[in-house]
Structure formats: C-alpha cells, structure tokens
Design a protein around this ligand. Structure first.
Ligand code: GEK
Length: 263
C-alpha cells in the first residue's frame, strides 16, 4: 500500500503517522506517541476493535453471549430492540442469533462512521430472520419507541455525565412495560484503595493478554478525558430516578459490570 511503512507485524501510515496493524491485532499504543490525543473511534480503532475489546474488557464474550440470551427472554412480539453504541455489532449479532419473538427489528446505532460501515458488512454476512437497521447517529438524537430490549454495552461511559440522566429517561419513556435495559460499564469503586485494587487487577489482565506497560499507560491517558466512569451506587440511583423499578447486577469482573434495569 503506498504511503505505508511496514516493519514486522506493524506498519506506520506515512501521511497520518498512525500505527496500523497488519493482522487485526491492536498495536495502536505499542510505540511511544509524542502527544497522546484523546481516544476516538476512528478507522484505526475500528480495524482492530475485536482484538482490542477482547484483550481489554474482562468477560466481554460472556457479556455478549448473555445479551443474546437476555434478549431472547425479554424481547416482546411486535417490538423494537436497540443496540446503542453498537461498534461492529457484536451484541446485535448475538441477539439475532437467539431472539425468537415475532415481528421484531433491531436498530443498531453508532456515531463512528468507521464502525458503522464495518458493522453493516458484518451484519450483511450473517443470515437471520430478525431484520437490522444500522444507523450512523449520536444516540442522544435517536428516537426510541416501542422498545422491549435496549442495550448500552460500554457506551454510556462515553456520554457526558450531565447528559446521562436525560438519555436514560428517554430510553425509559420509549420502552414497553416489562422491557429491559442492559447497561454494561467500566465502574469506579468509591474508595481510593478499593479502586486501586480493581485497577491493578485489570492492568494485570491486560498484561496477561499481551499489552505492554507503555500500551497500558498511553491508552489510559488517551481515555482519561473521554471515558468518565461512575460508581455502582451512582448507576443504581440514576436508573431508579429515570423510572426503572428494579436494577439487577448480573455480571461483574474487576471494575467491569453489567446491569439489567427493568421497566
Ligand atoms: C460492543 N457496544 O461491542 N452516539 C453513538 N455512539 C457512540 C456515542 C454517541 N454519543 N459515544 C460513543 N459511541 C459495543 C462496544 S464501544 C466500548 C461499545 C469501548 C460509540 C463509539 O463510537 C463506540 O463504537 C462505542 O460507542 C463504544 O458490544 O470501546 O469501550
């Protein structure tokens, strides 16, 4: 490819200076960056996203599989299912695999064009009776209606904290009685010592998955201003103020948790 300098498993785009992977392996922060820009879901990230999320989020595959199973249980006939911040569509594909309710559709939304175009390709290669619309938009602008299942799988953490309650209220208002919101997030423990313990465990998880100290620390800096975590207590009380009658934590590993909020 012109404009690309290749060395070993990685290549550098000579125009953007960006580190690219030749194999879908996440090497974005493997070399020292002069300046660490805020993390964005651009082309380079979309290209290596499956590897990045698998090696960074403990229990990701378990969460994805169970999103499909929860959707199978809670999807109502003649309703909409939303996957908000769908990235490459892993949760959508899992729901397509399991949901049996009649006359449903999945609406998958992401505001990264790079993610959405790849997501459309993934969805198109998978044959299913459950139709999917993939939309490139800010989920804060999405109209939510007639929803029996809404998925926010590691997406709310990228929404400005002051806008989170408004978004949850909108989701609640667009949901059917008995509908569920599946909310997965990286969380912050309220005490410094306890939070440190969880962060250490997570960093060890990343090391064991092949990330170097440099990669861990540069990625952490890149995420610092764009991924703002809340405590479990904040999530619980915010979901309750949005109107949800019950909040059930169903998965937790280190500082990553997933909750089901029931309308
Ligand atoms: C998965 N759910 O694989 N509007 C729309 N999309 C957004 C917005 C927004 N305002 N903000 C961020 N995103 C996926 C993983 S990744 C989580 C979700 C992570 C999108 C962003 O473009 C990205 O694709 C996704 O939310 C977050 O199950 O990388 O930690």
């Amino acid at each position: 490819m012109p404009g690309v300098l290749r060395t070993g498993r990685i290549a550098r785009n000579l125009l953007s200076g960006e580190i690219m992977s030749k194999s879908g392996k996440d090497v974005i922060y493997s070399q020292p960056h002069d300046k660490i820009e805020n993390f964005t879901f651009d082309q380079a990230v979309a290209e290596v996203f499956p590897d990045m999320i698998q090696r960074s989020v403990p229990g990701y595959s378990t969460i994805i599989d169970n999103i499909g199973l929860l959707a199978k249980q809670y999807a109502q006939n003649n309703s909409n299912i939303y996957d908000l911040g769908c990235s490459l569509g892993a949760a959508t594909l899992s729901m397509q695999r399991y949901v049996e309710a009649d006359n449903c559709q999945i609406i998958a939304v992401d505001n990264s064009e790079a993610m959405v175009s790849r997501c459309k390709n993934h969805i198109n290669t998978f044959k299913s009776l459950l139709p999917v619309q993939v939309i490139c938009d800010d989920i804060q602008n999405s109209e939510i209606e007639n929803a029996s299942v809404v998925v926010l799988n590691f997406t709310l953490q990228f929404i400005s904290p002051e806008n989170r309650i408004g978004l949850l209220k909108k989701l609640y208002n667009g949901m059917l009685e008995g509908g569920i919101l599946i909310l997965s997030e990286k969380m912050r423990h309220p005490t410094e010592q306890g939070n440190g313990l969880l962060v250490d465990l997570h960093h060890e998880f990343k090391r064991r998955n092949g990330y170097s100290e440099l990669e861990i620390s540069q990625k952490r800096t890149a995420l610092e201003k764009v991924m703002l975590t809340d405590t479990l207590a904040t999530h619980n009380s915010r979901l309750k103020s949005a109107g949800f009658k019950d909040v059930v934590p169903w998965f937790s590993c280190f500082n990553f948790s997933s909750l089901v909020a029931i309308k």
